[in-house]
Design a protein around this ligand. Sequence first.
Ligand SMILES: C[S@@+](CC[C@H](N)C(=O)[O-])C[C@H]1O[C@@H](n2cnc3c(N)ncnc32)[C@H](O)[C@@H]1O
Length: 248
Amino acid sequence: MDISFIFTMHEGLPRQGPGSNECTKKAFFMLQNLPDRPEILDIGCGAGMQTIELAGICPNCHITAVDIHQPYLDDLDRKASAAGVGERITTVRASMDDLPFADAAFDVLWAESSIFIVGFEEGLRLWKRLLRPGGYLCLSEAVWFTDRPSPEAVAFWNDCYPAIRSVEETGAKAGHAGYEVVATFPLPGSVWWDHYYTPLLERLPALKVAAAGDPDAEALVAFSEREIAMHREHGSEYGYEFFILRSR
Ligand SMILES: C[S@@+](CC[C@H](N)C(=O)[O-])C[C@H]1O[C@@H](n2cnc3c(N)ncnc32)[C@H](O)[C@@H]1O
């Protein structure tokens, strides 16, 4: 299946996944003993709402922001310049499973709603070499918020991300991969809507027109509708959890 229309669907949105500046800030202020000039790598940055927030709350940081889709990086460059933080953000087009950086090059890795693309355990494994010893990996990951999810929610997640687990199981996987779980917190339900589903819903009629006649694009639009409907009905059963991990 050609999934390239998914990039078009998310171009120009404030975010390309669930999240908020409040959660970015809360996670960042949990980090301790950072060096004077921290090097941060934002993996799967999209249009970079969280990148620009990080640059604002960490005035001495330099951030390398990586994404596979150049138009998102161009959007991020424009927004960073407008926010006056452009000189401390370097955008790089690269794939998160083949990141072109030296070992131990970063103090902090940041990955909001992006590690699922390579898979949680694979991302933890692949990215560890990029962190200096004791460096942080901060990420958000989909988790079950209930021990008894409904059959509807289970069927949905089996179709799109069967690796979803509880917070405890996800934290245990991080432990096995050589990270200390410093802290975790759930993202509130509003992070799905404010900068993500609400603007995506507004453009769905136009996306349907653009997708018409292309079965793969039509399937991607239909999946988004299913995803949003699922969240309306069953969004209390699952969500995103922020994990603040430290490389051991
Ligand atoms: C769900 S979005 C999250 C974006 C951003 N972190 C946020 O929270 O709004 C996932 C991002 O990963 C990017 N992406 C997809 N495949 C990728 C890959 N192989 N390497 C790097 N980035 C990728 C997408 O272009 C998209 O911007």
